[in-house]
Write a protein that binds this ligand. Structure first.
Ligand code: COA
Length: 320
């Protein structure tokens, strides 16, 4: 098969079944978001979803979301059908997408994306590294989460992790969150590479991106109201192929003070607790410096297991 045989188009709702066929149940450890996200992506303003076909069959997908007031596209969702991997299709669809953006959106200057593996020297020729996040992951039956939360709560109290001024973690209103995330304190001291990571979606802290964040239905929790040392975003849980009743829960935590990171993590779990059922997999995105401390904090007798060992997401940018 030659990549010259590949035909590109923009995806439509009725392509859903064919899109499912390019997702392998073992990709991303059984936690692929595509079955849930494709129907949302098709309707999202500012987003294009590209498909590649060979002989009418969908063989690859990639999506771009215009952000930063139009100057940047965030590239997401690259998938190639399992039986045609390793034949240059990923490279071909990526080149098509960049050429399309250049032609139709000349105001776009930057392509940004997140990758779950360390950049190779070839990658570093094309891209610059903007930020890194370490992923801490846990899994359990939802029925065990209550005991886990209780265990962490008493540990945090013993270790004196709750704020000394007694104002504890705080859930922010949308308005408070939007004001806070653009402050100099948060941007300079907490955000990795001055980038808001919402799940694995990297956005600059700009007024123009608040609309994108609003769409995501996030739960914003800080360790304290003034000059917080940790700011967290909880993404609404979504179904994952891992098991028929599996939910994936993503929590991003910005900040390097371990006790504050642990406190907001626990507060996110407490906020989720009443709504969760089935089998749960938590991905917690943190600064690499606090990963091992958070892991120690989460050692437990409540049947909550560590899902995967340490790995990092890397945010990359290239000018176009
Ligand atoms: C990763 C994957 C897309 C590679 O597809 P492929 O068709 O086998 O890749 P190719 O034969 O085109 O060879 C590698 C090309 O893909 C690019 N590539 C490889 N891994 C990549 C990744 N994780 N993200 C983006 N691009 C990647 C390489 O840069 C290279 O591009 P180039 O030709 O411009 O140098 C494919 O294995 C797949 O769908 N995996 C499961 C889903 C996944 O991991 N997606 C990536 C993260 S969203």
């Amino acid at each position: 098969m030659e990549t010259s045989q590949v035909v590109y188009s923009l995806a439509e709702e009725q392509d859903y079944q064919q899109v499912l066929n390019i997702c392998n149940s073992s990709d991303f450890g059984g936690l692929d978001y595509m079955p849930v996200f494709f129907p949302r992506w098709i309707k999202e303003p500012g987003r294009l979803v590209f498909l590649a076909r060979v002989g009418g069959r969908v063989v690859a997908l990639e999506s771009v979301l215009q952000v930063d007031g139009g100057q940047t596209v965030v590239v997401q969702g690259l998938r190639v059908v399992p039986d045609l991997r390793g034949r240059g299709i990923a490279g071909a669809i990526q080149r098509h997408v960049v050429a399309y953006v250049r032609q139709h959106y000349p105001e776009v200057r930057v392509v940004r994306l997140t990758r779950g593996e360390a950049p190779t020297p070839e990658t570093l020729i094309k891209y610059r590294v903007i930020a890194k996040e370490a992923i801490f992951s846990l899994c359990c039956e939802a029925v065990h989460l209550g005991a886990f939360v209780a265990e962490l709560r008493s540990r945090l109290a013993l270790e004196g992790g709750s704020s000394s001024s007694n104002d504890g973690p705080l859930t922010l209103s949308q308005q408070q969150a939007e004001a806070l995330v653009l402050t100099q304190h948060v941007v300079s001291n907490l955000l990795p590479g001055q980038t808001i990571m919402n799940d694995w979606e990297p956005l600059k802290p700009l007024e123009a991106n608040l609309e994108v964040l609003r769409r995501r239905g996030l739960t914003w929790i800080v360790d304290r109201e003034n000059q917080p040392a940790a700011l967290s975003l909880g993404t609404p849980p979504y179904a994952a192929p891992y098991r028929h009743d599996a939910l994936r829960v993503n929590i991003n935590i910005f900040g390097r003070r371990l006790a504050s990171v642990c406190a907001v993590f626990l507060a996110q779990l407490e906020a989720l607790l009443p709504s969760l059922s089935g089998y749960l997999v938590f991905y917690v995105y943190v600064d690499p410096e606090v990963w091992s401390g958070l892991r120690r904090f989460c050692e437990n007798d409540a049947n909550v297991s560590f899902f995967k060992d340490y790995w990092e997401d890397c945010v990359l940018e290239m000018d176009i």
